[in-house]
Ligand binder design. Structure first.
Ligand code: GUN
Ligand code: ZN
Length: 440
């Protein structure tokens, strides 16, 4: 890697992580600089540190944006579980998972056979992600390969680091959404060839969840992944109690839900399992041993009544899981990472655990990068990292400004943001060093 000289920089308070606070504690891993400089060039961060120390190392005429004392510079957020076609079904009333899929989601996904429809939705999805400081996502398309092409085309135009895949689904869904084991293998393979490793784009093999795939299709997904092991694999696991019972009926030979995937060769590093609300100890041990990740989707788990994910249990020191944060749009109700972290706090509270703001912001940045095995590329602010940056406005509403004046330290200030903040807390979003969103 040739290091390019800096072309511009940001100045302001900054937050990042050098490790996992769940494992090593906040003191050892959280870095807060009250007056920092972040310099960028060639799509990467070239310098980071206290202003007084780093400024002399930079060219005197370097353009520096002063973000102000009420800002906070952070690595761009990651969303490790999201369905781009489902922006159209956010806020759909009155159903839990299986009815919600039938009533709202499958009909909406049917419209994505039309590439123009998919393109328009991809634009809205990515614009909304950037408005919320999300610079990398792991995205479900629909069963139609052209829907994934549409998303990748738009993500490429914006220079975003993005993983996505075509949903594989060969049973238990409306006929207009079904593929076959063979066609899903062929279509996914063609998408991998076209997109995986092109610029910052990455492919995620995407069997929707066990109930909508036959054994044959899950085996095809496993075979495809063995042929392309540096791709991701994403699916759902143990989200809802009726779903879990259905999986037990459909796969009587398997010991539990996770075992259905393990049997197909789908529990490995770079597997991202959505939800995992009701995993048992055996399954958590399996995920830990496999190096697979859970995407914690708190607004969705609350909205469609799935339950409350126990983050403290998932991070238990003797078998810690990789855990990322997911908006799970459209089971989830917000693109805002602040709102999502606020809900993660409430989910932890259900289990009598106090999720600190420092730990929460880690989940949204380096923790999600670690879940995706991307912590050497994105998720923290350090020289050599890709320059995906969010600048937060820590006084984005009158109430937040009022409350912030009483905050005694950065921990309290961050907790105020995640409890009260939303899209208005995002001042600017940079992708590979390029300003791609700025609040009016
Ligand atoms: N399980 C299978 N498909 C889906 C989906 O689209 N959303 C959620 N939340 N769970 C699922
Ligand atoms: Zn989902």
């Amino acid at each position: 890697m040739t290091v390019q000289p800096p072309t511009h920089a940001l100045r302001g308070p900054a937050l990042t992580y050098t490790g996992d606070p769940f494992a090593e504690g906040l003191e050892a891993t959280m870095v807060y600089e009250s007056d920092a400089i972040v310099a960028m060039g060639g799509g990467r961060i070239t310098h980071f540190g206290p202003y007084e120390k780093v400024r002399p190392l930079l060219p005197p005429d370097l353009p520096i944006r002063n973000c102000g004392r009420d800002a906070l510079i952070s690595a761009g957020f990651l969303d490790t579980h999201v369905h781009f076609p489902q922006a159209a079904v956010i806020a759909s009333f009155g159903t839990q998972l299986l009815d919600w899929l039938e009533t709202y989601t499958f009909p909406a996904e049917g419209k994505f056979a039309d590439k123009d429809h998919a393109h328009a939705a991809a634009k809205i999805f990515l614009r909304e992600s950037l408005r919320n400081g999300i610079t990398t996502s792991c995205v479900y398309g629909t069963v139609f390969p052209q829907s994934v092409d549409a998303l990748f085309e738009e993500a490429e135009r914006l220079g975003m680091r993005m993983a996505a895949g075509k949903v594989m689904m060969d049973r238990n869904a409306p006929s207009f959404l079904l593929d076959t084991a063979q066609s899903s293998y062929d279509d996914s393979k063609a998408l991998i060839k076209r997109w995986h490793g092109r610029g910052r784009l990455m492919y995620a093999i995407t069997p929707r969840f066990a109930p909508t795939s036959t054994d044959e299709q899950l085996a095809a997904a496993g075979a495809l992944w063995r042929e392309h092991p540096d791709c991701y694999m994403q699916t759902h696991v143990s989200e809802n109690l009726d779903e879990i019972e259905w999986v037990r009926d459909l796969f009587p030979a398997r010991k539990n839900y996770t075992d259905v995937y393990a049997h197909a060769g789908l529990c490995r590093p770079r597997a991202i399992f959505g939800h995992g609300v009701h995993l048992n100890e055996d399954e958590m041990g399996c995920m830990h041993g496999a190096g697979s990740a859970i995407a914690h989707c708190p607004t969705s788990n609350a909205f469609i009544g799935s339950g409350a994910f126990n983050i403290a249990r998932a991070k238990r020191a003797d078998r810690p899981l990789r855990v990322g944060l997911g908006t799970d749009i459209g089971g989830g109700t917000s693109f805002s990472i602040m709102t999502t972290l606020g809900e993660a706090y409430k989910a932890a509270m259900v289990h009598k655990h106090r999720l600190s703001a420092g730990h929460a912001l880690y989940l949204a940045t380096r923790g999600s990068a670690q879940a995706m095995y991307l912590e050497d590329k994105v998720g923290s602010v350090a020289p050599g990292m890709e320059a995906d940056i969010v600048v937060l406005d820590m006084k984005s509403t009158p109430l937040i400004a009022y409350r912030m004046d009483l905050a005694k330290d950065i921990h309290e200030a961050l907790f105020i943001q995640m409890t009260l903040g939303d899209d208005r807390a995002v001042q600017a979003t940079y992708v590979a060093g390029v300003l791609q969103y700025e609040k009016a």
